[in-house]
Design a protein around this ligand. Sequence first.
Ligand code: ADP
Ligand code: MG
Length: 241
Amino acid sequence: VDNDRHRSERLLSMGQIAAGIAHEVKNPLTSVKGFLQLLREKYQDDFFTIAESELDNAIAIITDFLKVTKPEMDDESYQVVNVAAELEAVLNLFLDRQYRISVIKNFRDTKQTIYAKKNQIKRALFNILKNAFESISSDTGIVRVSHYVEHSQLVIIIEDTGVGIHEDKISMLGTPFFTTKDEGTGMGLSQVYSTVYGHGGTVHVQSTLGVGTQFSIYLPIESKEERPLTEIDVIYSTGLT
Ligand code: ADP
Ligand code: MG
């Protein structure tokens, strides 16, 4: 568990550093682009056009990265969230678009709520489901989604019959930019791990190459008294002292 915590802190800070660097690098690149534009207009040289389009690529990568990390979502406050309902809504985004993959839902304890950052949780569920659907490259496959309560924890399991993950790669999961996909960003699981650990939960991965992968998310269900402070709580407590 302690290793898990260190891992999550490392992931959080790596993501934050990466986002900070991306932000700082984007500004000078954008101003260089402006100067290149002026040069191209003045000298009409193809080299400037090429340099500009290379620069456009670099700026596009950074812009996408900043969109994925969404640092502003860190400011979201805790609220009552029905995770089952959010899971259902996110799952529907995928059902609309694909027919070759069967989805099996096994939802129990759907009235359970937790205190959570709703958008972060939704995004994490989206990122895991996206990987599950993407892992199935053959004509047919199954994605099984379960939701239940066990030992004061909310358990969400997302299983696929996809390509699986090589044993050697399991420890790399969640490291920002780790991807095995041609068009991957390697940011999805990094968001998943930092969100789940940030909520005091844990993530378990089981995978067999060529058979499939199972992601299990455990989120603590606290009693009302134990919930994390919200902004309202903070205002009230400072008002009293
Ligand atoms: P991306 O999807 O952009 O590659 P992620 O952080 O979402 O980035 O995932 C990182 C890597 O973890 C993927 O490239 C893939 O190798 C592996 N992975 C994650 N989920 C699965 C899955 N359900 N099945 C197989 N591989 C997976
Ligand atoms: Mg992904």
